[in-house]
Design a protein around this ligand. Structure first.
Ligand code: PRX
Length: 678
């Protein structure tokens, strides 16, 4: 691992960064771990405006799973994210909407944002949405989705944003689980110039769910009424309805002076579904005070945010990156933020570079998958772009690896921008490990050092066994913290921090069992990591049955249960295989009931099934039909072996002891079938 101190090459940080130098980082970091209450007290005053100040900073423990921050404090999201900036700079740009079609791009000022959020909030109020209700948002990355998100907290509701690429079955499961009665959607959206039928998907998703009483439809793509249906008594055209609350409208005076809801710091702000290693996707809950504070602090620290910056995160609003680093953190910090609705190659492979130069972006944040994708086109597409406005470039979602790191740093950052590899997860709410511009020595492939309040600890099984997977599976095993550097272990976080997810909707036990009970006092991330001799972290990847495909998370069990819905599958096993662009790709093994069918036909059906029940991102790379899957005598599929095979290791003698298998012969046949693919 090459150390890479490139401080001198960087653009001069003449105005000074938020964290000034390594000494300041060390001092504040030490305080955040040793005297967290003093640290967070100060930051809570600095970043947030409180309606009623708090007297308690934090309470509860990870062991008990009852962590709280600022529990008697009150604040409102609208004031923090919108109002205070509107008052200061009403005509400055708050949102830059870079639509799928670049011609449709537009900007929204703080004043316009405040007006729209208030109108949307009055619509929700009119529909009877109350504090604590869950409102679903199934929309593209667009200003209307942001208005809807902020309008929820205005009336005290909890939003549940569902990724616009999810299928009707995936949406249905989430609506049922969250019992969401009101849904925001769009008639259609455009993705790479093609129409995506959002409203029709919602109709299929909520068919027969009686508690869904209002579907608010934004006419995102105009004049195509024949492409979808509107159901009377349930469906409402959003823009028209909103206009009824404006001057001259039917509801002009209704709640015209409605004030934003003052929320307790521990009130849920949103829930967001994510995949785990077992069971159905779970709704993680994030709170109002602690989440917003750490979102804002990490954003300012990691992206070197300054007044007047134009910050662009290319994620989709439907993921935690969209929630924290497109919406909440930039808005709290009063930063212009980009809503990027398209893809890096539409209308051409220069789209990212167009966006950076067109808007003069100062920060650019994307995933390694996207970097690897644009990399395949070489450097020629970048030649006519200066990209000179950039100061910081960021990466998130999966390990970036040295090759992509170098390419990104050299060709996008022009060897002058800080490259921050940010490690975090839906559960953490905000970045946990990342370099800080002007402060941290960069190392290629390393997320570097922990941010404030994050105390990472690598654990190994007592006795020093290197078999991390085994110790993950056997909960409550004896374990040891790794004291020395230059070792690998299970990555945990000791103690809590303000933006840690507080629970899983309706299933606190699952929350405790997944994250807190395996190693009492520690939060289990599900990743393993290496800490080098300087204490820098290198994230190695998941150690549980979670796949990370193009920075999208899927549980193997979730994919397998979808595949077993096919009438001709008896058994399936899904494993991740390394993939040049996606990082990890889905590899399916299946055993069929009726073997007299055409294999290609069934493979296509299985592909469609995953697309239909989960999402297009879940399309498998390979499907292999086998006679049987390797199983232990207790009936457990030996994924360890399948994982070796998909990495093209065909040496059966290196697979370890196979004598415990119920059907050792299956391995040979699987190897031979997989070999035929490559
Ligand atoms: O495995 C880690 C990987 O993404 C997982 C979290 O996924 P999700 O909750 O969807 O959130 C993604 C966006 C924050 C982690 O458990 N991951 C995330 N960032 C990195 C990473 N792996 C390596 N390096 C990163 N920078």
């Amino acid at each position: 691992m090459t150390s890479f101190d490139c401080k001198n090459k960087f653009k001069p940080l003449t105005e000074g960064t938020y964290i000034k130098n390594a000494e300041e980082y060390k001092r504040l970091y030490k305080q955040s771990i040793e005297d967290p209450n003093a640290f967070w007290y100060e930051k809570a005053q600095e970043f947030l405006t409180w309606d009623k100040s708090f007297t308690t900073i934090s309470s509860g423990t990870l062991k008990q799973g009852n962590v709280k921050y600022f529990e008697d404090g009150y604040l409102n999201v609208y004031q923090n994210c919108v109002l205070r900036h509107k008052e200061k700079k009403p005509n400055d740009v708050a949102l830059i909407y870079e639509a799928d079609d670049p011609e449709d791009a537009r900007t929204i000022t703080w004043l316009e944002l405040s007006e729209q959020v208030q109108l949307y909030a009055r619509v929700l109020k009119h529909l009877g949405v109350k504090k604590g209700d869950v409102v679903t948002i199934y929309m593209s990355t667009s200003p209307e989705a942001v208005y809807a998100m902020l309008a929820c907290s205005y009336v005290g509701a909890i939003h549940s944003v569902i990724f616009g690429g999810f299928s009707s079955a995936a949406v249905r499961a989430r609506v049922l689980d969250s019992k969401s009665e009101v849904i925001f959607t769009q008639n259609l959206t455009k993705r790479r110039g093609k129409l995506v039928p959002m409203k029709t998907t919602i109709d299929q998703a909520v068919e027969g769910i009686d508690f869904v009483r209002s579907v608010l439809v934004d006419e995102h793509v105009c004049n195509l009424k024949d492409q979808y249906e509107m159901r009377s008594n349930r469906d409402i055209y959003l823009k028209h309805f909103v206009s009824e609350f404006q001057k001259g409208g039917k509801y002009e005076n209704e709640n015209a002076d409605m004030q934003p809801m003052s929320m307790n710091a521990e009130d849920p702000l949103f829930l967001l579904y994510t995949s785990g290693s077992t069971g159905k996707p779970k709704a993680l809950i994030h709170t109002t005070g602690g989440y917003l504070l750490n979102a804002a602090l990490t954003h300012k620290t990691v992206f070197d945010i300054r007044e007047g910056d134009r910050y662009g995160c290319m994620a989709d609003l439907g993921w935690i990156t969209g929630h924290t680093y497109i919406v909440y953190a930039p808005l709290i910090n009063g930063t212009t933020t980009v809503l990027f609705e398209s893809t890096p190659d539409y209308p051409s492979i220069t789209r990212y570079w167009d966006v950076i130069d067109k808007w003069g972006l100062t920060q650019f944040y994307t995933s390694p998958t996207a970097v690897r994708f644009v990399m395949t086109y070489g450097t020629e597409p970048l030649e006519k772009f200066s990209l000179k406005s950039l100061r910081v470039i960021g990466s998130v979602g999966e390990p970036i690896g040295v090759e992509a790191w170098n390419w990104y740093f050299k060709n996008v950052g022009k060897s002058k921008c800080y490259l921050v590899d940010t490690y975090w997860m839906t559960e953490s709410g905000a970045i946990m490990i990342s370099a800080i511009p002007g402060v941290t020595t960069l190392k290629r492939g390393s997320a570097t050092l922990p941010l404030f309040g994050i105390n990472p600890q690598l654990l190994v099984k007592n006795g020093g066994s290197k078999n991390i997977e085994m110790s993950m599976q056997k909960k409550k095993k004896q374990f040891l913290e790794i004291a020395e550097n230059s070792q690998s272990g299970i990555l945990t976080i000791k103690g809590h921090w303000p933006s840690i997810t507080r629970t899983i909707l309706g299933n606190h036990k699952r929350y405790l069992d997944t994250y807190l009970n395996p190693y009492p006092g520690y939060f289990l991330t599900g990743d393993s990591a290496y800490r080098d001799m300087d204490g820098f972290y290198f994230i190695k990847g998941r150690i549980d049955d979670v796949l990370n495909v193009s920075a999208h998370r899927f549980g193997t069990s979730e994919l397998e249960s979808a595949l077993t819905l096919h009438p001709n599958t008896i058994e399936v096993a899904v494993v991740g295989m390394p993939h040049k662009i996606k990082g990890e790709a889905i590899f399916v093994f299946c055993v069929l009931k009726n073997k007299q069918v055409e294999e290609n036909k069934i493979k296509n059906e299985l592909k469609l099934l995953l697309q239909k029940t989960i999402s297009k991102v879940a399309t498998p790379e390979h499907i292999v039909v086998v006679e049987s899957l390797p199983k232990t005598r207790s009936g457990k599929i030996m994924r360890r072996i399948l994982k070796k095979i998909v990495t093209k290791n065909y040496e059966i003698s290196t697979y370890g002891d196979l004598s415990t298998l119920l059907n050792p012969d299956s391995v040979k046949q699987i190897v031979s079938n997989v070999k035929k693919l490559f």
